[in-house]
Design a protein around this ligand. Sequence first.
Ligand SMILES: *Cc1c(COP(=O)(O)O)cnc(C)c1O
Ligand code: SF4
Length: 335
Amino acid sequence: MSAQSVTSLPLAHWQRELAQAVSDPARLLQMLELPPSLLSASRLAAAGFSLRVPRGYVARMRKGDAYDPLLRQVLPVAEEAVETAGFRFDAVGDLGAMPVPGVLHKYQGRALLVATGACAIHCRYCFRRHFPYAEANPAQEGWSAALDYIAADSSLREVILSGGDPLSLSDTRLSALSGALQSIAHVKTLRIHTRLPIVLPERVDDALLGWLAASRLRPVMVVHANHAHEIDAAVRHALGRLVATGVVLFNQSVLLAGVNDSVQALAALSEALFDAGVTPYYLHLLDRVQGTAHFEVDEARARDLMHGLRACLPGYLVPRLVREQEGMPFKLVLA
Ligand SMILES: *Cc1c(COP(=O)(O)O)cnc(C)c1O
Ligand code: SF4
């Protein structure tokens, strides 16, 4: 299909909603009835990494609360300009594990495809805020270098679409990619790492479910929610449709100061996830990238929180506390 005919397709509902995402800090503060005194710091921080948040996600925030746990994840703040020793620009050694542009192959049997640099939301703590997406774009030449790499290594059983957020790509492109992957016989599982079902549940529509259901690949989705307030009725509905389509659902969170660094918040998150058909998988310690130090929870405190969680939840609702460690053959499980 030519680029011309792709762009002339009518936009899906979720794409129209995405185009309406809030990107002006003044508008966000106004929607939440917050004082304009927060604006100048926010504008400054947004110049380095822009504000982006879907309106439906804003609607889940409490009005008048500058410390709302959802707002903290997206509002650009002055602390982002603080330079902190020990915080780097390439936090997880990604650039060293890229055999061809956009493919990260760190772990046995699994290759991760940086499918796009785009996201529906900009999370201030994101470890990819400094990632050179322009140099790592596997979509150039129709994914051919990435697909050739995966086809040439028969130890690869699982392909992980990540990013950015892979579900910010159109279903036309995703179903073409999934089709190419399923023609590689040794690939059995297609895993999608995405925050879209949480931040823009309209993304889970008939077109997405259609190509997922049609694929021979076993579908796994790892969503990304950090707080129980993110999971409202629309999100539960979207996750329920994925489960009904046979998608196995897990969640990964990041442990974030001022967002979810209490036993009560983490337990409520696990219960809300379970209620929506999702199993808690990983709780990540923050990757130490510049501009995110104000979100850090230290390891001792994180272990205490895990202890508290184990004391109040069934074992299957306790995520694994992990840290990305360069050069290890797996993610380091701390508790
Ligand atoms: C996290 C990650 C994976 C997946 O690891 P699992 O432990 O299987 O969830 C795969 N590849 C890369 C590069 C990763 O960072
Ligand atoms: S959706 Fe994921 S990749 Fe995108 S900004 Fe948020 S944490 Fe980062």
